[in-house]
Design a protein around this ligand. Structure first.
Ligand SMILES: Cc1cc2nc3c(=O)[nH]c(=O)nc-3n(C[C@H](O)[C@H](O)[C@H](O)COP(=O)(O)O)c2cc1C
Length: 162
């Protein structure tokens, strides 16, 4: 018969680290998808933290193990205003080693723009350069993003139960 303490230890070992969801948005699509994503993970019993990129404390980065980024592209291939500082930080000398981090990116954009989903691509290459590992390839979405979002989230949730 297991004691409560032994049971707690066993559960703690099996527990996956929380998922962090960071979003960068201009017109609100990425924010809504980030909220939907947090809800989906919560339904699976996974601890999900959500933050907009502007309010995110970059000191936390080295301690985070699982990160999902949902970001649109604005202007001519630029990140939304609220995502600019985080991207700049990740591309700078100040950024930490992120080899302990697994991540995936959902990039929102519009194929009529020359720099399709450029902000998502820029986050992806910055994280890769810092040693972070992709859990799942970046999903680039056109203006009708629902189907691609569903494919991305369904794959992530399936991986969660493996
Ligand atoms: C002013 C403006 C500029 C945009 N520039 C780009 C761009 O350069 N590349 C791209 O792929 N999409 C571009 N888009 C499309 C948006 O990324 C897309 O509509 C996205 O779904 C918006 O998501 P959000 O609501 O999270 O900002 C632009 C949209 C607007 C309104």
């Amino acid at each position: 018969m297991m004691t409560d303490e032994q049971l707690d230890n066993l559960l703690a070992k099996d527990e996956k680290p929380p998922v962090w969801i960071l979003y960068g948005t201009h017109t609100g699509n990425s924010e809504q998808l980030a909220k939907d994503t947090a809800e989906e993970f919560s339904k699976k019993g996974v601890n999900a933290h959500i933050s907009n990129m502007e309010d995110f404390d970059t000191n936390l980065l080295s301690d985070i193990r699982r990160l999902l980024i949902i970001v649109s592209t604005d202007g001519e291939g630029e990140p939304p205003l609220m995502a600019e500082d985080l991207l700049e930080y990740l591309q700078s000398e100040k950024a930490p080693d992120l080899s302990g981090l697994s991540y995936s990116i959902l990039a929102l954009g519009d194929t009529t723009y020359f720099d399709f989903c450029q902000a998502g691509k820029d986050f992806d290459s910055a994280l890769e350069k810092l040693g972070a590992k992709r859990i799942l390839n970046r999903m680039d979405c056109d203006v009708d993003f629902e189907e691609n979002y569903k494919e991305w989230i369904d794959t992530l949730l399936k991986m969660e139960t493996c």
